[in-house]
Design a binder for this molecule. Structure first.
Ligand code: SF4
Length: 372
């Protein structure tokens, strides 16, 4: 056991940080709120970085991932979203099975993607067969590729739309080739924030329950949190603890991805509910507090460079992050909100080398494929 004075000299630190550094007890909700509101950012980062090093070592991973957004048509209309269109809008689109398979072929054969990250809007007219056909068609040509498709929010919507249970939808998709779920749609679970940033999407409890059911069927998933909009620090803490508690029961999350909110072209911007994106110190605080709250329970924390920007992502890897998500070939959702997307494995590797860590390509489930 080491005190803050031992670790960093006589520079102070909250009781919650002392507790985190001692590492003997899990942090409580109150501890998390104290770290969000009161802790010195440098100390917070140093403690999170030490825990990251203890749990994950110096390797920073990423996956060769191709983003396939099968439709931008959405029955919901979330004020946080710049991506969705209504079906009658000129730039609304829905890909056919043939188009999806053609893109998958390019992704796998020409770009070296090992994972297809397939998400879209809540299309009000697509039946379950659309998704089954898509997955079967991909797997028949590319049996080895990992299909990471449909967030818990999409699965919940499809279940409601097609009048199936969530379990039935998951079982049918798994039989068609689904390997894992992406972690989107979680946003912020706390209803005080959630009801203002999403309209027509499942509740936080429904998202968590859908993820739980997926895990129980052997379908692992990512989990996310969208931060940097109108949430309160307590809502961040509440969200991360709910993820931690579910992971304790199922062990089904592969990684936690705190996503920085992108403002451009969203209703939250147009209605001036938010005037600017969150500051980098706040972003780093969220990542560091997430690391300390997740403790020994969930060891992977991904820094999503598309949302955060490449430079702050490099810093965030010293505030608790151990993974960079991936190449994000063809990403459309953050692109709609003005963010550049898509990079190469080599660029990610050199970003990692620049901070004196060890880059490695991983698969969807965090098995190392190659080191650089
Ligand atoms: S965030 Fe998702 S559910 Fe909400 S409007 Fe956008 S695409 Fe639709």
């Amino acid at each position: 056991m080491q005190s803050i004075a031992d670790a960093f000299g006589k520079v102070g630190g909250t009781p919650a940080l002392e507790k985190a550094l001692a590492g003997e007890e899990e942090l409580s909700y109150e501890d998390g709120v104290q770290l969000m509101n009161e802790e010195n950012l440098f100390l917070l980062g140093a403690a999170a970085d030490r825990l990251r090093r203890d749990l994950c070592g110096n390797t920073v991973t990423f996956v060769a991932s191709y983003y396939l957004n099968y439709t931008n048509v959405c029955a919901a209309s979330c004020p946080l979203c710049a991506f969705y269109r209504k079906g009658n809008e000129e730039d609304a689109y829905t890909l056919s099975t043939e188009q999806v398979v053609a893109r998958a072929k390019i992704a796998i054969e020409q770009m070296g993607a090992t994972e297809l990250h397939i998400v879209g809007g809540f299309h009000p007219k697509l039946g379950l067969e659309y998704y089954e056909n898509m997955m079967r068609a991909i797997k028949s040509e590319h049996p080895k590729v990992t299909i990471k498709a449909l967030t818990p929010a999409e699965v919940f919507f499809i279940a409601r739309l097609t009048r199936n249970s969530v379990k039935e939808v998951l079982l049918r998709l798994k039989a068609a080739g689904l390997d894992a779920l992406p972690g989107g749609g979680a946003e912020i679970f706390h209803p005080d924030t959630r009801k203002k940033i999403v309209i027509g999407k499942c509740s936080g409890e429904e998202w968590l329950d859908t993820a739980r059911q997926a895990h129980e069927l052997g379908i692992r998933s990512n989990c996310t949190m969208l931060f940097g909009h109108i949430e309160k620090p307590e809502h961040i803490v509440d969200h991360v603890i709910k993820i931690r508690e579910l992971h304790k029961k199922t062990g089904g999350f592969t990684t936690f991805i705190p996503l920085k909110f992108s403002l451009e072209n969203t209703e939250l911007e147009q209605k001036e509910m938010i005037k600017s994106e969150s500051s980098s110190p706040y972003d780093l605080r969220v990542i560091a507090v997430s690391r300390l709250l997740l403790g020994n329970t969930l060891k992977n924390i991904s820094v999503y460079w598309v949302a955060l920007g490449k430079k702050i992502s490099q810093v965030a890897l010293s505030y608790g992050g151990n993974d960079m998500v991936g190449t994000a070939f063809s990403e459309e959702i953050f692109k709609a909100a003005g963010k550049a997307s898509g990079t190469s494995l080599q660029e990610l590797a050199s970003m990692v080398r620049e901070i004196k860590r060890e880059p490695a390509q991983r698969d969807t489930f965090f098995n190392i494929i190659q080191r650089f």
